[in-house]
Design a protein around this ligand. Structure first.
Ligand code: ADP
Length: 469
């Protein structure tokens, strides 16, 4: 695949928009950094929801221009947020696509709100799209946006990237109107997934369920529309993260950690508080490890950082209550006057501080039950001291496991396996830690977020422009 940035102007559309100001301040994720860099180089627009509500939708945009990049946002009605964001996106698609059919809510109103907001997005962003612009739509909130834009006469090259897993067909079949939703993806020119597994599941569905035809390696045709379906695993801004980990703020955070550890080995987990991350299972696996290794009790400390997210959705309140109770129980049962086995923290940290915490940890526990990619795994690798790196214990069900094959790979559903993984990581000799880390960092550096962006945009640039309908 060709490398290097493309030359066309870009229109990026996602549920939320990253602010150019925050990105230059250095406290934004890799995705924002990479996309803003491309927008700055080529000029362009980033469009999305402001995060604010308005009583009656007006379609009025808040536009901010900085360094050739326009961020344009709209406010949505409270009903839109309930039905589109907290409803169809996060109560229906998110759990379903993460294999949690038991937590999935199927409500016609949610679906209606989802379509309505996608139309609102299309109506407002449409005038911002110039003739030769590349349009790049992100994630499960906006699957039908491409179709809505085509209906409004947009003929540009349009790509869609899914940041979460693609589910097995038998799961997707439980979604009312699943065919219509998946068919709308054929209005894009390029559709991207993090892993071959997600792409295979998509291909299987469209061939068996919709009768699509595989034309060439990654070209799929349905009803006269051909899309390129590609694997493009997202990375991090590895250079920036390595620098952050070596900086003053990171060192300060690391020293703070070390002071409280008094020689104990630190295990760390950093996740949004989400049921897909396998947090209760992780706590129980750690408990299993303590039970099986009584000699190590008092010699390790497990820090779980889990900032709350999507708090309006009941399942997120339930997972929080479950973790409050589990951490309390484990600490009550195993603590001593001078040792607490679990430190459970519900707040966010600056990236530099996080980098320092990662570096202080001998082991990272990244054990989601299902995860599109998982960037924490890559950040942990990037933050390590090359002379004395820690060990990544990684779920086989994270997209990252396809690339980070030198991690200690575990099945997060098995407390025994994860407990074994923890023990193996803690006992791992320095030479083996260095050998594994070198293989991991090589991947994290090579397949970084800029590589990912260029991979996708080059595929999009090469797509044929659609004939006017
Ligand atoms: P997801 O996108 O599902 O939340 P990822 O692991 O791919 O999962 O990305 C999570 C991002 O959020 C990472 O960049 C991570 O550093 C950041 N993050 C997670 N927890 C915290 C926290 N407590 N403070 C600051 N950043 C966090």
């Amino acid at each position: 695949m060709e490398r290097g940035p493309v030359s066309s102007r870009l229109v990026v559309i996602s549920n939320r928009v990253a602010s150019p100001k925050a990105a230059s301040g250095g406290n934004q994720g890799g995705l924002a950094v990479a996309l803003l860099a491309a927008l700055r180089e080529n000029g362009g627009v980033w469009f999305g929801w402001s995060g604010e509500t308005i009583d009656t939708f007006t379609g009025e945009m808040d536009r901010v221009e900085e360094g050739g990049v326009t961020t344009a946002t709209i406010d949505l009605e409270p009903q839109d947020i309930d039905e589109y964001y907290n409803g169809f996106a996060n109560r229906t698609l998110w759990p379903l696509f993460h294999d949690r059919i038991d937590l999935t809510e199927f409500e016609r109103d949610y679906e209606g709100g989802y379509v309505r907001v996608n139309r609102r997005f299309a109506d407002t962003v449409h005038p911002l799209i110039g003739e030769d612009d590349l349009v790049w739509v992100h994630d499960y909130h906006l699957i039908p946006l491409g179709r809505e834009l085509r209906r409004r006469g947009v003929e540009n090259r349009m790509g869609f990237f899914l940041h979460i897993p693609w589910p097995q067909s038998r799961i997707l079949l439980s979604l009312p109107h699943h065919e219509e939703l998946v068919r709308s993806l054929f209005e894009y020119d390029v559709v991207g997934f993090h892993t071959q597994d997600w792409l295979d599941a998509f291909r299987e569905y469209v061939v068996r369920q919709l009768g699509a035809e595989i034309e060439a390696d990654c070209v799929i045709r349905l009803d006269g529309h051909a899309i390129r379906a590609i694997v493009a695993p997202i990375g991090i801004d590895a250079g920036e993260f390595e620098e952050a980990a070596a900086g003053t703020r990171a060192r300060f955070a690391r020293d703070r950690m070390h002071m409280t550890l008094t020689g104990r080995q630190l295990l760390v987990g950093v996740d949004r508080l989400d049921y897909s991350k396998g947090l209760p299972e992780r706590f129980l696996s750690y408990e299993r490890f303590l039970v099986r290794n009584p000699d190590l009790q008092g010699l390790v400390s497990f820090l779980q950082i889990a900032p709350p997210s999507r708090e309006k959705v009941d399942t997120y309140q339930e997972i929080r209550a479950q973790l409050d109770s589990l951490s309390g129980r484990i600490n009550g049962e195993y603590s001593d006057i001078d040792w607490v086995p679990v430190r459970y923290v519900n707040r966010g940290y600056q990236r530099e501080e996080l980098a320092g915490i990662y570096r202080a940890a001998r082991v990272a526990l990244v054990t989601p039950l299902r995860d599109g990619m998982n960037l924490v795994a890559k950040e942990y690798v990037a933050a390590q001291d090359p002379d004395d790196p820690g060990v990544l214990v990684l779920s086989m069900f994270a997209g990252a496991a396809a690339q980070l094959t030198d991690a200690v790979i575990v099945n997060p559903f098995s407390a025994d396996e994860v407990a074994d993984g923890i023990a193996e990581a803690l006992a791992m000799p320095r030479e083996e830690r260095i050998r594994r880390w070198r293989a991991l960092i090589e991947n994290v550096r090579r397949e970084d977020v800029f590589w990912w962006r260029d991979l996708f945009l080059n595929a999009l640039q090469k797509a044929d422009v659609r004939e006017p309908a």
